[in-house]
Every structure is written in C-alpha cells, then in structure tokens.
Ligand binder design. Structure first.
Ligand code: NI
Length: 133
C-alpha cells in the first residue's frame, strides 16, 4: 500500500484553505482541483499539497453529515491516513484478519474519481482509509 493522502478535518473550508495556502500549500491537480461537494457524505472535500504531501481537507456541511461527530470530537485536525492499494478487496479482507474493523463500507468517492474507498479502525492506531488504485 502507498500513502495517498492525509485526511484533515476542518470547520470552515475557505478559511482552512487560505491558512494552508499561507503556509505554502497549493491546490492539488489530482484527483481533483478546488472544492468538491460529496453529497452522499454531506461534506466538502478539497485536495491540497506541499513538498509531495497530499492533504485532503474534509468539511462537514451540516449536523446531519456522519462526519459531523468527528468534527465535534477532533476539531480542526488530521485524523486519518489514506492508502492506495492495487488489490482493494484482498487488502481489506487481509486487514480484517489482522485486527482491523470496517467502520464505513466500501463506497465510491466522488472526490477521488469515483474510486471505492473503505474506512477501517484499529484500536492501536485509529482510523485509516483505503482507496483502490
Ligand atoms: Ni481521505
């Protein structure tokens, strides 16, 4: 698996982007540019980058978003690493056998070209995301 991005919760997308830009981050040309609304998850997503590090900003749009409780708990902060895998199903299955639990079933992510992503948690490590290559 290869690190694909760092997921970062933010309360206000525009203000967060400007703050990151002030540190030298720029809009990431892929998997998308600018801010995209993910309707099924009720979040705005924006990919930015610096020094080869890709950061995904995630902003819950309202209290109905299932990401809202995460924002309440963590505030503005990095909360997951996402790994890209060439063998999505096999990787998820293998992780399940080594202490990882699925917390969000595999589903297409509009912000990542419709590729399937899956969120998993491990008591010793917290949350990771897998995305199919
Ligand atoms: Ni992510």
């Amino acid at each position: 698996m290869r690190v694909h991005h760092i997921g970062y919760l933010v309360k206000k997308m525009d203000k967060a982007r400007n703050a990151f830009f002030g540190l030298g981050y720029t809009d990431c040309p892929e998997p998308l540019c600018g801010v995209v609304y993910d309707e099924t998850r009720g979040i705005d997503i924006s990919f930015i980058e610096k020094d080869g590090y890709r950061v995904e900003l995630i902003c819950p749009k309202n209290e109905e978003s299932k990401f809202y409780p995460l924002l309440k708990k963590y505030k503005n902060c990095a909360y997951h690493l996402c790994y890209e895998t060439d063998d999505f199903e096999a990787e998820v299955a293998q992780l399940q056998q080594t202490g990882w639990t699925i917390i969000d079933e595999a589903a297409p992510a509009p912000a990542i070209e419709g590729k399937r992503v899956c969120f998993m948690v491990n008591l010793a490590m917290g949350i990771i995301e897998l995305v199919e290559a």
